[in-house]
Design a protein around this ligand. Structure first.
Ligand code: ADP
Ligand code: UDP
Length: 244
């Protein structure tokens, strides 16, 4: 792999990250911004340090996943708030595993908030903001050609494996991994885990107090959002560099 890579054009700017092409066709730069959104972009804010914290948090988690045998798009950190990744043909489906019921599942099914889900459960959502990311099933994915049956099986298998690896990692830091969302994409090397794993896309509760340490702090206006992300990072041993 080349040691230097030049940033080129902006390819896409999403709700929290901007994606840039590089002088290498196979590589993209993800810029993690401070922008934070919830409720399909209805609630928006800029949170100081969030981009830097999430970029470095994501690098740490992707490294742990690679060590545990999960193939990801992650190449390396480029700066405090930018990472180099392999370019994927993204599958427009979000894979969610839940260990404890909360959030949209409680609203949808009327189940009690906070109950253990045993075995952990799995949901697919269509990545489509205009449609409010509707829940979909495996038949929809195959029928509408969002992914093949084989890719669906592989995404489920990898997401459950990630759940096992990360539940243990967080438990060792006195944190409960409540639920999380993953995105996958196609690469010549096969299906790879893409996008990010940060407290923006998962729920983490303190194991003793059940205090929320994730983006629910923002959704619920609890304050101390980035401080909670930093505390999670500190407990995991992430070496954060967030100079101004
Ligand atoms: P959103 O699009 O949901 O608002 P972001 O602001 O995080 O999300 O934007 C990042 C975008 O980059 C997402 O659409 C994501 O699917 C896409 N993406 C993530 N990793 C890769 C990759 N390796 N190759 C191509 N696209 C990627
Ligand atoms: N999630 C995400 N992006 C989305 C939807 C959900 O990262 O577009 C994550 C969310 O942070 C949580 C899990 O997926 O960890 C399950 O979210 P849920 O369906 O409960 O959605 P919400 O209550 O946020 O609407």
């Amino acid at each position: 792999m080349s040691s230097t890579v030049a940033k080129q054009a902006e390819l896409y700017s999403g709700k929290a990250k901007t994606v840039f092409t590089t002088d290498d066709d196979g590589l993209l730069i993800l810029h993690f911004r401070n922008d934070t959104s919830a409720f399909d972009g209805e609630k928006l804010d800029q949170l100081d340090r969030k981009g830097k914290v999430n970029n470095q948090f994501n690098a740490f988690i992707m490294g742990k996943l690679e060590e545990a045998g999960i193939s990801t798009h992650f190449e390396r950190l480029l700066s405090e708030d930018e990472s180099l990744v392999r370019r994927l043909d993204m599958i427009p489906v979000e894979c969610v595993v839940r260990n404890i019921a909360t959030g949209s599942m409680c609203k949808r099914l009327g189940v009690e908030d906070g109950i253990d889900l045993n075995p952990p459960t799995f949901e697919f959502f269509l990545k489509n903001d205009a449609m409010h990311d509707p829940m979909i099933n495996e038949y929809h994915i195959e029928t509408f050609g969002w992914a093949t049956r084989e890719e669906v099986a592989e995404m489920k298998e990898i997401t459950f494996k990630v759940n096992e690896i990360l539940s243990k990692l967080f438990a060792d830091a006195s944190l409960l991994l409540i639920d999380f969302k993953l995105e996958f994409g196609r690469h010549a090397d096969g299906l790879l885990l893409g996008d990010e794993f940060t407290p923006d896309g998962c729920r983490l509760w303190d194991a003793d107090t059940r205090e929320r340490m994730d983006k629910d702090r923002f959704r619920r206006g609890l304050g101390g959002v980035v401080e909670a992300y930093e505390e999670v990072a500190r407990r995991l041993g992430v070496d954060l560099v967030t100079a101004a």
